[in-house]
Design a protein around this ligand. Structure first.
Ligand code: NAP
Length: 269
């Protein structure tokens, strides 16, 4: 029996267990996916314990994505992003750390026929999700503008992402940036707890592809505004799906049953 799981605090709301367990059922794998909620001070002990117990793989979420870098051998992308969301214990020695948020977000966009190579992209938010998405877009050949409430954080991230520029979150500036852009991604938590948007509706246009990292609710105000002007919309469950698909493949080496995982995920939303 392989044991996989999610390490976070809190993790009670997680949609990952049903998504991964649907894949195990579909492929007839003897495996379980469970959630773990250690105290932040016990993170290293939790990773060592998971390794000692023979756990196969762990996803990592808030607040551990950055701190876990000290406990694993991060791959090149995770080290650049500065965050790990997937730990693989299957090798010998130190567990390896990966970031499937970046690849997952790019797969979500490509899945909606969005061309990344050569695109002008605006990423709003420069936290964990924003970092992964900005590096993912730049690696795929897009030019990235990063806008963040705390402007200094946007500048710090822009310095690390090739070709990127950092900005604050003023409405006029967003409208200027979006005028010639093809891609907009919301990587802030705005829209999650209230019907708000970080981008004024009148800055959106029909040539944009708009992805929201927020997946609860699925249809955020930003995505509603984007649909109204005829933009392509990509909800946050697509990114969540593909980060899980990438982790599943990394851990098992099996072809992930994407449709099954998508259905299981969306049935929870
Ligand atoms: P995080 O590291 O805490 O970053 C939060 C970001 O949101 C920061 O850029 C922060 O700006 C900004 N922000 C928060 N409140 C704001 C407000 N009222 N106005 C403007 N900006 C605000 O969180 P995270 O891990 O990046 O997650 C961000 C969102 O992405 C969450 O909703 C999370 O659920 C979602 N997410 C989705 C997926 C997926 O697979 N779909 C994966 C990861 C995360 P400051 O720097 O100014 O504080």
């Amino acid at each position: 029996m392989d044991v996989f799981g999610l390490l976070g605090n809190p993790v009670g709301h997680s949609l990952s267990p049903p998504m991964h367990e649907a894949a195990y059922d579909q492929l007839g794998l003897e495996a379980r996916y469970v959630t773990f909620e250690p105290e932040p001070a016990d993170l290293e002990a939790a990773i060592d314990g998971a390794d000692a117990l023979g756990i196969t793989g762990l996803n990592v979420t808030i607040p551990f994505k950055q701190d876990v870098l000290d406990c694993v051998e991060a791959d090149e992308l995770a080290a650049r992003i500065g965050a790990v969301n997937t730990i693989d214990f299957t090798g010998s020695g130190t567990p390896t750390g990966h970031n499937t948020d970046a690849v997952g977000a790019m797969r979500a966009l490509r899945d909606h026929d969005v061309t990344l190579e050569g695109a002008d992209a605006v990423v709003v938010g420069a936290g964990g999700a924003g970092r992964a998405i900005a590096f993912g877009l730049a690696d795929a050949g897009a030019t990235v503008e990063i806008a963040n409430r705390t402007e200094a954080t946007a500048h710090d991230l822009a310095e690390a992402v090739p070709g990127a520029t950092g900005h604050g979150l003023e409405a006029d500036m967003l409208a200027d940036l979006l005028e010639d852009a093809e891609i907009l991604v919301n990587a802030t938590s705005v829209g999650m707890e209230s019907d708000e948007t970080p981008v004024p509706a009148d800055a959106l246009h029909g040539e944009l592809a708009v992805m929201d990292a927020v997946y609860q609710p699925l249809e955020t105000r930003l995505l509603r505004d984007a649909a109204e002007v005829g933009a392509t919309t990509v909800d946050g469950a697509w990114m969540l799906l593909y980060q899980g698909v990438e982790a599943f493949e990394l851990w098992t080496g099996d072809e992930p049953p994407v449709e099954t995982m998508n259905e299981a995920l969306r049935s929870q939303l």
